[in-house]
Design a protein around this ligand. Structure first.
Ligand code: FES
Length: 180
């Protein structure tokens, strides 16, 4: 992963530039939060404080906005991102069950990250591979024709790799695979 370019104060340059450019224009809170999230991968407490300092908006109000808009995260993403498709084709062949297996196995709800920081679980719209339904992506790899057993196996594989510190290339070498 490419680390964001940082200013002397340790603030990612792109985010700091947004703060500098702020001239009291209304409606800038969301773009500032987006800039923070793009720079850090999430909106850390320090960024909330900086936005509050620059805009004069109380931190409690900023936190309220973050909570309201699902797009914002206040915790870093996991090492691996699981995106489960809940599109129609996947839904009719059991995506709900697959989602339950993932949530139970990882002990997280959608949009949450596991305690150990290995996985972030997300539910998304059609992944564009409906013939592989039910399908999910882990990072940039697609896995299809899932069953509860194959999903548990996949999670175990990624966990093992994460435990070995084997990098982030995923447990499966192919760009696209059907794991029945
Ligand atoms: S509906 Fe799941 S991949 Fe299209």
């Amino acid at each position: 992963m490419i680390e964001p370019e940082e200013s002397a104060r340790g603030v990612p340059a792109a985010f700091e530039q947004m703060l500098w450019r702020y001239r009291g224009e209304p409606g800038m809170l969301i773009p500032l939060l987006q800039a923070a999230q793009e720079s850090y991968g999430y909106v850390p407490e320090s960024a909330i404080g900086q936005i509050s300092d620059v805009t004069g908006i109380p931190t409690a109000e900023i936190c309220g906005v973050i909570t309201f808009y699902k797009q914002f995260r206040t915790k870093p993403l996991g090492k691996h991102i699981i995106r489960l498709c809940k599109g129609t084709a996947c839904h009719v062949v059991g995506a709900e069950t697959i989602g339950q297996v993932i949530a139970d196995d990882l002990a997280v709800a959608p949009d949450e990250t596991t305690e150990d920081g290995v996985f972030t679980y997300m539910v998304v719209a059609c992944l564009g591979c409906c013939s592989l339904a039910p399908a999910l992506m882990i990072d940039d790899q697609t896995h299809g024709r899932l069953t509860p057993q194959s999903v548990r196996k996949l999670i175990r594989q990624y966990r093992r790799e994460a435990a070995k510190g084997a990098g982030n290339s995923g447990a499966n070498g192919g760009a696209r695979s059907a794991t029945a």
